[in-house]
Design a protein around this ligand. Sequence first.
Ligand code: AGP
Length: 399
Amino acid sequence: MAVVTRGGYRVMDLDGQEFTPQVHTIAWDPVSAVKGEYKHFMQKEIFDQPRAIIDTLGGRIDFENGTVHLPEMNLTPDLVAQINKLFIVACGTSYYAGLVGKYLIETIARLPVEVEYASEFRYYNPIVDNQTAVLAITQSGETADTLAAAEQARSQGATLWAIVNAIGSQSMRLSDGSIPMHAGPEIGVASTKAFTTSLVDLYLLACALGTLRGTISQRDLRRLTDDVTHLPSLVGRVLERDSEYQTLADQYYKARNFLFLGRGINYPIALEGALKLKEISYIHAEGYPAGEMKHGPIALIDEAMPVLAIVTKDALYDKMVSQVQQAKARGGIVIALATEGDEAIRQEADYVIYVPQTPPLLAPVVNVIPLQLLSYHIAVRRGADVDQPRNLAKSVTVE
Ligand code: AGP
């Protein structure tokens, strides 16, 4: 209980015992909580991402030695040596960030990762013990299912970690180690900058775990840290193309269904693109691992089904091109998200969105931006309440 007067405040427990509370300083400035020149908070938060990523990287990379520092994680060589499995628990957009995290941590740190919907994890008996770490990803830090999943893991002896945006929230206080997202206040219900900053945090965590587990050399680490420093400008270049996504939205805002396809590290981005469109425009949209198309969803494809395929340059590029050809062969309308300079894809797709060449492990951060803006412009074109979509809350604090 706190008693606040003109002259100050006192804090006490409910027996009246006074104590000195731990103070967290929130670095957010009031300006970031207003729309400024933007029409919607979601639009403002999308354009705020280069700054949010710079703040998220701030103080965490020693450019002299090319090393990563995550002081609030309390990682020690002994603790990391003890951990043989990682669970990531989360909901909604944070869950999709977890799927990218699995890819990053297994690729860089070779630590087995299972990603679970927190609402499922809390009700089945997961195999968790004191050699397990459980990482909760949550923008608000107050999502009921994610908190319950973390508390359950704690009761089974796991080490608890959290990637969270809301400083001082329950998730942060519950955890043994945490990485703040530094996205600043996110007011639009549809999460955007909290998603991309959590991907950056997962990338840094993978580098830190890879260093402590000896799965990456000093040279690898320097390349990985160099790569991530280019991310704010790469994202900035994608944002400069906003008018293209507006034109695309004008063409497709009447669509009744939408299919998003991706492979590998971009599969979760297909899921996130579909979720953004669903939650703010109310268009039925599905994200799918492209290789699964021929096992069912290809039946959905006809001239009324726009298909957005993530075909950026990586090891799975040729596979994705053949997916685009299969969709075209069934009369589908294909929008390809491709890498600048890729002229060949123009022959295959009806429309091409270009993004700058990006290191594959960081491509999800760049590739999601056009999907955020496409959904935003489609929702505006349909007259939807972009910041407060129907039936949704910014933080789901009940089960
Ligand atoms: C995303 O746009 C939604 N607002 C929703 O799916 C959200 O990601 C989910 O409720 C999890 O919220 P959290 O990150 O605050 O825990």
